[in-house]
Design a protein around this ligand. Sequence first.
Ligand SMILES: [Zn+2]
Length: 327
Amino acid sequence: MELLQRPRRLRQNESVRRLTRETRLSPDSLIYPIFIDETVSGTYPIESLPGQLCYGLDSLDQAVEDCLAHGIGRCLLFGRPREKDPFGSSAWAEDGVIQRAVRAIKARYPDFYVITDVCLCEYTSHGHCGLLQGQEVDNDQTLPVLARAARSHAAAGADMVAPSDMMDGRVGAIRAALDERGYQNVPIMAYSAKYASSFYGPFRAAAGCAPSFGDRRGYQMDPHNCREALRECALDIAEGADILMVKPALSYLDVIRACRDAFDLPLCAYSVSGEYAMIRAAGAAGAVDEHRIMCETALSIFRAGADMLITYFAKELAEAIRQGEIG
Ligand SMILES: [Zn+2]
């Protein structure tokens, strides 16, 4: 009898509830995605992601200040370039949108931690994540281009690079290219277990990178599989990844847990655009309490084993942590 009552004793009072929490959240474990559009001045709302803005290169201070005001010190940058071609040349151009953005942010805010997304889909006219051979993505031809893009981000001052393309061998290619130019200390966050998911819909509208034909199932993972994620992670670790990532988060909590149990590297989860848009839409429709659902889903991702979370709710979550609602 006595034993059965023990858990209840630890729930009686707010102070002891907070003392015995198993999952801890901090603004330090949140990363905010920032979209930068080379073709605009000022900002514009991203229609598919209500409440999110796309920033022109002249509005980066606003983007960073807004993060800092909420206690968010880390971002992940995505670019919308002026020019696209079949080869994704603007992905590695010295004056590309991301390269310019990183230089500008780091000049003004040297302590603001900048992670860059490394992929070709935002920069190719066909919208695929790699170079094409006919209608197929050519994995091996794509590797040097990704490596060149990552190196140009590091040269601009990026603190970390995050390859999201899912080409085989890209972590090794990027690591070699970074090391060769003296960027040994720039870590690689690998999108290791990136699923071919319908949850990416709003992002593709925001980043303007929906494939013009076909889909990405040839290089992204099948949502039926979990063990395959472990193989992908093991390969990325062998190639020199510093942080592993599971994407999306909410429908893949089992994958997060499996990766957490199998590997000791830091583990990131990306709560993607569709997860955000769903919660916002359900909240707007009055179907759920948006704020509490946001908190609870973030908790579930950390409880599943993530060490850090990329989320469009980063600022609101930081505020919830500050208020003591979660954390
Ligand atoms: Zn891509």
